[in-house]
Design a protein around this ligand. Sequence first.
Ligand SMILES: [Zn+2]
Length: 332
Amino acid sequence: MGYAFERLPQLIDKREGLKEDGEYSKRIKSITTRVWHHSLTKKKLGGSDAAGFARYHVSLGWPGIGYTFVIEPKNIVDTPNGKRARIVYCHDIDKRTYHSGNSNQFALGICVAGDYRYDKLDDATKATIDELQEALVKDGIGSKDKSHNQMPGYSWKACCVYNYKEAFKFLDAKKPDAIPDQYKIQEGDTFWGIANNLAGISVNDLIVANPNVDPKRLKIGQVINLGKAQNSYTKPDEPKKPQSSYKYPLPGGVWKHYKKGGKRGSFEDVEDIQRALNAIYFKVGKVDGWYGNKTEDAVTRFQKVYLPYDVDGIYGPQTRRKIKAVLKSKGY
Ligand SMILES: [Zn+2]
């Protein structure tokens, strides 16, 4: 059924319910132009909304509110897509309302409540402008957008003074560029360099999503998971103490050998474990973030001394508590 714009969750249908005094006539031409207005009433003021404009327009002797749509920045609603300014649907599309003088026959009036000589468009309002415009394009209602003062006879008018064209790009501009699922290694590539150039992917994501790739031996032409790597690495839930409060912060969660069900890759949390073990002379050698043989061996040796009934080479809450106690006893 119906139009795409009718499915926008921030839209409320008030075709019945706003003040009226008669009926607008039907258009005898089809809509070519979506015309963007602002109300010249500051957005926070009482009456700076569809109901207020309807009362005002009726007081001018009009049959009802002069716009087909009013966007209300003071009514922000939560939608599945995020916060949005409410859209009031005021008249059937084919009603020739009053908003652009001689152009009304073929122009659709959309008003964003507010006085944008002083007000600023907030993100929820920009997002609504973007979505409404996109829906109207999809619905084939009009083929171009114009500001009120781009319409014949209105060049003097301070309407609309917000940058409506920029608002149409608002949601797209926020989307990061699509990242391909996979990527072929080129000369000079490193995981660090690749991750550094892409929003939303970390070196750890790449390592976790490419278990069979040795980051130190990338080969030209080798195909790695890239877009698929997004969010592969998720940190353990337990929040870390700020680095400053302990010389050797210890992560929460359970960490074990990457070949025995542990996470594969280099992790800051494992580095923390390794540094702590080195500090109390259960040496793991190089701090590299990989929970492999050396780290497992150091944890095992530590457990044999301090947790003799619980020797498994796995770092968990018990081992964490004990290492912490030993660090403390050594003055850390
Ligand atoms: Zn206007």
